[in-house]
Write a protein that binds this ligand. Structure first.
Ligand SMILES: NC(=O)c1ccc[n+]([C@@H]2O[C@H](COP(=O)([O-])OP(=O)(O)OC[C@H]3O[C@@H](n4cnc5c(N)ncnc54)[C@H](OP(=O)(O)O)[C@@H]3O)[C@@H](O)[C@H]2O)c1
Length: 311
């Protein structure tokens, strides 16, 4: 998959005809609390984005719903005109309400409006990749995606979108999307402790389609487990680095979009994700996914990434 050299852990992957570093950056955490409003530290947010590109990251994940319209504008302010190698992946299919909720917006006119809004906010003529976000705060929900996805295909024909993906989707919806038009990525919740998509990841790997886990570090409930802590201590590393290294190791089609509002954490994550994990490390980490080690938060909240924290 690699077409240009990168020193970032994981090398590169191609999304359609676009080469991106497997180590990307997720911009959601740059918005204010609850992913609403501006960041407390505007200049700090710009610094994180510039550092991401400075470190060689060529894949940024965003959405006009973050803020709303906050992270896209920060990306534009920090990075426009964009380096040719940088590819921005955005999402449509949900908007924000006054309570900070994420109601669906998947009628054809909503999808068209969202694409135009993303283009305007990011200062682009064409969006590199657009994911159709499905499901709701509880996670993926079954149901046909044909109408909104066909709208995206039409916008792709018009040259406003280069490549398509789906997010928060069931395996059935992934298959339905692929029966309508090629997709280059699936973005679902997945991490060491939340491994419901194991089969889907392997199937997508066989089809050369990227799987992009959101909440790779546990999202609003950071991953915590005794196994993760033990492996990190043995490797003289941090739990977050081990969690990212495990994802890179899990499958070659996994792309990372960890979020952070901190330059120090960004550097730590990039430096740490290249860890080599031994058979012993992997076996110990595997127990987390099998529920033999609960995360501290999940023990309290009844599940990783509980509904309150989902987007
Ligand atoms: N498709 C969807 O429905 C959907 C849903 C959610 C998210 N997403 C995308 O997925 C991306 C990743 O998700 P996410 O950002 O919510 O969750 P995440 O990457 O799992 O975790 C981010 C959290 O981890 C913390 N963190 C990062 N590096 C750390 C480190 N080295 N040490 C300690 N803490 C660290 C961050 O805090 P600091 O800011 O303090 O570093 C932040 O609170 C988002 O940015 C967004 O682009 C998509």
């Amino acid at each position: 998959m690699s077409t240009f050299p990168t020193s970032l852990p994981g090398g590169t992957w191609t999304l359609g005809d676009l080469t991106v570093t497997r180590f990307g950056y997720g911009a959601m955490q740059l918005a204010g609390p609850g992913v609403m409003g501006p960041p407390a530290d505007h200049d700090g947010a710009l610094a994180v984005l510039r550092e991401a590109v400075g470190l060689g990251i060529t894949h940024i994940d965003t959405s006009d719903a973050y803020g709303p319209r906050v992270t896209n504008r920060l990306i534009r302010e920090a990075l426009h005109p964009y380096p040719e190698t940088l590819h921005i992946v955005t999402k449509v299919g949900a908007i924000r309400d006054e309570q900070g909720g994420w109601p669906p917006a998947r009628r054809p006119e909503d999808v068209r409006r969202a694409v135009l809004d993303n283009l305007e906010a990011l200062g682009l003529d064409t969006l590199d990749v657009v994911n159709l976000r499905l499901g709701d705060a509880r996670g993926p929900r079954p149901g046909s995606l044909a109408e909104p996805f066909e709208t995206l295909v039409e916008l792709q024909r018009q040259g406003l979108v280069r490549h398509l993906g789906v997010s928060n989707a069931t395996a059935g919806q992934v298959a339905e999307a692929r029966s309508i038009a090629p997709i280059v990525c699936v973005q679902n919740m997945y991490n060491l402790a939340h491994r419901q998509d194991d089969e889907l990841i392997d199937e997508l790997a066989r089809q050369d389609i990227a799987y992009v886990p959101f909440f790779p570090l546990g999202g609003f409930s950071p991953l915590q487990s005794s196994a993760l802590t033990a492996v990190a201590a043995r490797l003289d590393s941090t739990p977050m680095s081990v969690a990212l290294a495990w994802l890179l190791h899990r499958s070659p089609n996994i792309l990372l979009i960890p979020g952070t509002s901190s330059v120090a954490h960004l550097r730590e994550n990039v430096a740490g994700a290249g860890l080599s994990l031994s058979g012993e490390d992997l076996a110990e980490l595997d127990q987390i996914g099998r529920g033999q080690h609960q995360t501290a938060r999940s023990a309290q909240a009844g599940g990783m990434g509980g509904d309150s924290g989902r987007t």
